[in-house]
Design a protein around this ligand. Sequence first.
Ligand code: UDP
Length: 402
Amino acid sequence: VRWLTISGNERFFAVTKRIHNNLHGSPGDGGGLGEAERAIYEEALAASAGALAELVRPGDIVYLHDPQTAALTRMTRDAGVSVIWRCHVGIDKPNDLARRAWAFLTPYIEEANAFVFSRREFVWDGLDQGKLWIVPPSIDAFSPKNQDLDPVAVGSILATIGLAADDRPAPVFRRQDGSLARVDRRAKLTQDGPLPGDAPVIAQVSRWDRLKDPAGVLRCFSEHLRHPSAHLVVAGPSVAEVADDPEGAEVLAEVERLRASLPDEVRARTHLASLPMDDVEENAAMVNAIQRHADVVLQKSLAEGFGLTVAEAMWKARPVVAGRVGGIQDQIIDGVSGVLVDDPADLASVAGAIDGLLDDPDRARAIGQAARQRVLDEFLGSRHLVQYMNLIQVMLQKEGKA
Ligand code: UDP
């Protein structure tokens, strides 16, 4: 089993971010998806296709993830491999923009041996239903992102990155290879001061992306939340290090400007954190600590493929407030294992849901416990692995290879 990451260039990432936004029904940068974009897209993937062809042998199975790799399906057809193409991005009620992105991608993936979508609502019109599989994503319970961390480690990691004041020197986590490691880097923070030890904390962790609505999160907190002592942490990856997201820096700058314009008292209770990505496992431990420290985890996405951050927070027994969009609906049973807000753009309702949980710690705790159980039952790698095994077996049987 091998894992490969494609490379790209600025023009490719501008096109693929547009495809991503369009698949979510959103215009993104407003550009088109025509022949010029096809040329940029195919040219950038040609090098990856060549590298891939050298590594595979006839009979191998190639599992391609998401729209950025779609053209590799066609480009590897002569290598004698079976291709599974998987898409976790989608929209519940497709509009013209989503259909335009489907039309752009369909010629590349039609020849795949199987398609995997995260949820049935995301499946594109016209695809061969006989090759279709619905497999939601999962999380790895033992990864640095999700492994248990005791409160001392959580406090110490938050202090090391600069979000909290804590002098216990134990920012320790376990790497994927089993070795112990420390969080050493600081986050880039926009805050007046660290989180007070006793303040209720609301946290959203996600890429700096308009569909995650970090500006809406700030406005929701500053204009609608009743809880006078609550603090808000909005955290995301360091924008310089997410090369395939050309909008990240712009979105972070917008959120920073909005924060600077808030009245002093409420601004002092908001914290923006850009987490370094130099060491992805260290970054994961930072996300882990922020999610664990939160009294309520928010995922105010306006559209969402699956929302891994939701499963990650649920696994940590956090009560999550999120919009009733995309794959979030498959994870949270409203009122039982989290709270869904019908319209995530309705700031008053989102704030009301958060206040409701902060007001009632017993309910918040029960929802958190049910959330952990839901992830244990449905969203761990064990379920995913069995589904993949089944998929591969059926696919190979159909092709007479097993
Ligand atoms: N994430 C991370 N570091 C960060 C911010 C986010 O590792 O600084 C992770 C987050 O924990 C989650 C993933 O990025 O695992 C985002 O996945 P999700 O499905 O929530 O949204 P996407 O970014 O795919 O739209």
